[in-house]
Design a protein around this ligand. Structure first.
Ligand SMILES: Nc1nc2c(c(=O)[nH]1)N[C@H]1C(S)=C(S)[C@@H](COP(=O)(O)OP(=O)(O)OC[C@H]3O[C@@H](n4cnc5c(=O)[nH]c(N)nc54)[C@H](O)[C@@H]3O)O[C@H]1N2
Ligand SMILES: Nc1nc2c(c(=O)[nH]1)N[C@H]1C(S)=C(S)[C@@H](COP(=O)(O)OP(=O)(O)OC[C@H]3O[C@@H](n4cnc5c(=O)[nH]c(N)nc54)[C@H](O)[C@@H]3O)O[C@H]1N2
Ligand code: SF4
Ligand SMILES: [Mo]
Length: 706
């Protein structure tokens, strides 16, 4: 029944089979939900995976229970407006009118740049595209950015600089079992993309050597042949040390370096300054193990390196990824079967969400807002003058700083919960509270929505149609399976309705998400992320198409760089840069390193998964993973409340004592807000190249709470 929306049977019961796609991580597994109404009137839901190229029909526990939040009684069914301090139900008419008036007042008093727009990587390509257009030529503000800044910016910028294009996986998932050596650096695939595990298990069965780099013995590390239990924040040094060994031993591909890369000589001379023993000491990993990793990867015939947020959410995230890409290039392990690099994308549309204009400096199709030709092309598609498109804005966290300083006074937020997910939450909370006017579009009352002046109810994954691009770069169509509940509306239609009220209706007159996609195709045509050849009809028939896809008879591009890289000279670029920013260092006062991440059953700030009873039951509350020796030193017992404090702030969670973590490190999941929010203690320092916050390293002290 793909393509149609289920409706209730005439007798008021539901007996339907819905075809959909999991709303959570970047694998984007396809699923089928069977709804059956019992004689008592209770509707039951049975969820199964549907065959698809990425997950092969598998679903993880989140996918199996995703419908529970979408069908939750707390779903927002009508707009809410703040009256006398309380959020109370309102009509769309009232809400839209108030938004139009307040936007107009704000723009008249302080200029359009006093209005900020903040998006997310869960939004469909159509909505992400439209949100960028809405900010630039609907409102006329330069201030738009999105939560992918915290997720993809280090790897995306590293891929663009190195290869000339940013697509998460340069090869196919099917190349994983063909690799003889796999490096998983700061990625916990077993919990974060669980349905991909069979690819790695198959590789292992075929004799691949798997190296995991993580401060913890994660479920992913358990499958490793070699686990480098690194001190958080030192990945760049580790990759450099591996490269040093590879150069010294001659485990490099000189022909590949000569023909397909540039920048090698500078890198070679910088490598002379790398001291292996010193690097081993700083990384907290034995020198012998670094040599072993370099020897296996350097000498393997094929190999793939994956990085994710452990390496990337650092103040040197951009260069740390590039240090791993130096290894890929030096050994010539890219552009051929069983080889490549993968930045393991996070959110459902983490890949597509970073291509079509939600980023502060970006226009659709990965065009640049600072390039004259790109501006002129986008303007021609939008039917505006190039000078009507504002210049580049600032990154997500910097927008919070501008709110705090009173420069951004109104915020339109769609698809994010920044009061939990930004670093240095104490400042972010103050920033959001200082706003003159906050509008939040969400399906549930998130922690941030609770602060809003207006909350707009949106459709969930079960009820909206649009495309999402998974971690492979494969564009997938997810069609609405149920009608919108109550007065909830599609994200894109909300943007059109506001645009109409602020006098920009002509630029936003779409009747369906397909209509928007047709414009996106044109807007991306000829850009780095070229979707021109992709149509809804093709997506229905072909079950997904890899971009770039420049014409309707082009098959799409599953595998990249076999002949050339995307820079004008066709070469990939080594880096020999050093980061000017130093990391938060431990001291006598703050002696431990706090890092953070995810658990299997929850998704991001938990707004959705904490409302799913089956998922909430698996992980009820937040915790701090702490080594038994460290716990003993602070007289902390299992399950005890502890306070964790950095110079930025403190939070409280229960202890979970485990020998699976380094003695100098504490790990806390990011899925909880309020007093349990790890971001109360994370640093606002940003990577100078990509503005990624240094989430994964904070110097802290801990104490038991009596
Ligand atoms: N279950 C679940 N799955 C998810 C999500 C979720 O919230 N829950 N979110 C999705 C999203 S948006 C994203 S971005 C991805 C994230 O996917 P991942 O990046 O895999 O997830 P994290 O747990 O943040 O970090 C990965 C690992 O990095 C380690 N780490 C911490 N500091 C360092 C360090 O300095 N160096 C190294 N090498 N490792 C370090 C952590 O111990 C952790 O095991 O997952 C996606 N999938
Ligand atoms: N300390 C620490 N902080 C982190 C991270 C970390 O590893 N450590 N990871 C960072 C990363 S990688 C990410 S991706 C961010 C994510 O952090 P957030 O941007 O806060 O992401 P979510 O928790 O998914 O919040 C999404 C909100 O949008 C709503 N939503 C979901 N789908 C839709 C939709 O289609 N339309 C609309 N309008 N709303 C929708 C949800 O109900 C939810 O309230 O967190 C970052 N913060
Ligand atoms: S969370 Fe990811 S791996 Fe799990 S079912 Fe959803 S898309 Fe698949
Ligand atoms: Mo993410």
């Amino acid at each position: 029944m793909t393509g149609t929306t289920a409706v209730q049977d005439p007798d008021g019961t539901w007996n339907k089979v819905l075809q959909t796609q999991c709303p959570f991580c970047s694998v984007q597994c396809k699923a089928q939900i069977t709804m059956e109404t019992a004689p008592s009137g209770t509707v039951s839901y049975t969820v199964e995976g549907l065959p698809n190229a990425a997950s092969g029909g598998r679903l993880c526990v989140k996918g199996l229970n995703a419908h529970q939040h979408a069908l939750h009684t707390e779903r927002l069914l009508q707009p809410l407006m703040r009256k006398e301090g309380e959020l109370v139900p309102a009509t769309w008419e009232e809400a839209l009118q108030a938004i139009a008036e307040r936007f107009a007042e704000g723009a008249a008093a302080y200029g359009p740049d006093s209005i900020g727009v903040y998006g997310g990587g869960s939004l469909t390509n159509e909505t992400a595209y439209l949100l960028g257009k809405f900010a630039r030529v609907g409102i006329g503000t330069k201030y738009i950015d999105y939560n992918g800044r915290f997720c993809m910016s280090a790897a995306a910028s590293a891929g663009s600089k190195t290869f000339g294009i940013d697509r998460g996986l340069t090869c196919r998932l099917a190349d994983i079992p063909l690799a003889r050596c796999i490096i998983l650096a700061g990625t916990n695939i077993a919990e974060c993309q669980p349905t991909l595990m069979p690819y790695f298990n198959e590789a292992k069965e075929k004799g691949a050597f798997i190296i995991v780099i993580d401060p913890r013995v994660t479920a992913t590390a358990k499958m490793a042949n070699l686990h480098l239990q690194i001190r958080p924040g030192t990945d760049m040094m580790l990759a450099d040390a591996m490269l040093k060994v590879m150069l010294d031993e001659g485990w490099i591909d000189e022909k590949f370096i000569r023909e397909r890369t540039s920048g090698y000589e500078e890198l070679r001379s910088r490598m002379q300054t790398v001291d292996l023993a010193e690097a081993a000491l700083l990384c907290g990993v034995e020198e012998e193990l670094i040599r072993k990793a370099a020897s296996v990867y350097g000498q393997a015939e094929t190999g793939i390196i994956f990085t994710a947020r452990g390496v990337e959410q650092q103040t040197d995230g951009h260069l740390a990824v590039r240090a791993f890409l130096n290894l890929v290039l030096a050994s010539g392990k890219i552009g051929r079967e069983g080889c490549g690099y993968g930045a393991v994308t996070g959110q459902g549309n983490g890949q597509g969400g970073r291509e079509h204009g939600q980023k502060a400096d970006q226009l659709p199709g990965y065009r640049s807002i600072e390039n004259e030709a790109d501006r002129a092309y986008t303007a021609s598609v939008w039917g505006v003058a190039p000078e009507d498109i504002p210049g580049k804005g600032v990154s997500a966290y910097e927008m919070m700083e501008l709110m705090h300083q009173g420069q951004i006074r109104t915020l339109f937020l769609m698809g994010s919960n920044p009061i939990v997910s930004n670093p240095n939450v104490n400042l972010v909370k103050e920033a959001l509270e200082k706003l003159d006017f906050l509008v939040v579009a969400d399906m549930l009352l998130s922690e941030t929505a609770r602060l809003a002046d207006i909350v707009l109810p949106v459709t969930s994954y079960l009820e909206n149609t649009g495309t999402l691009t998974n971690l492979e770069g494969r564009v997938l169509l997810r069609e609405a399976a149920l009608p919108a509940p109550g007065d909830a509306r599609q994200d894109w239609s909300i943007l059109c309705a506001i645009a109409a009220r602020i006098g920009k209706g002509k630029l936003f007159s779409y009747s369906s998400s397909e209509d928007i996609f047709e414009e996106l195709r044109m807007a991306s045509k000829g850009g780095a992320a070229d979707y021109y050849g992709i149509t809804y009809d093709r997506l229905r028939k072909e079950e997904g198409i890899y971009w770039p896809c420049p014409s309707t008879d082009h098959p799409g591009t599953p595998f990249m760089f076999s002949a050339a890289f995307a820079h004008p000279d066709g070469k990939a670029v080594f880096t020999s840069l050093q980061n000017p920013v130093s990391k938060e260092a431990v001291s006598e006062e703050y002696p431990l390193v706090l890092t953070n991440g995810r658990v299997l059953a929850h998704y991001l700030t938990g707004v959705q998964t904490r409302r799913s009873p089956a998922l909430a039951a698996r992980s009820e509350a937040n915790f701090a993973e702490i080594h038994p020796d460290t716990a003993r030193r602070y007289r902390i017992e299992e399950g005890q409340w502890i306070e964790i404090e950095s110079v930025w702030g403190s939070f409280s969670v229960r202890s979970r004592i485990s020998g699976h973590i380094r003695r100098d490190t504490i790990f806390v999941p990011m899925h909880w807000g309020g007093v349990q929010n790890v971001n109360l203690a994370t640093t606002p320092a940003l990577d100078p190249f990509c503005k990624m916050p240094g989430f994964k390293v904070a110097a802290v002290r801990i104490k038991r709470v009596y």
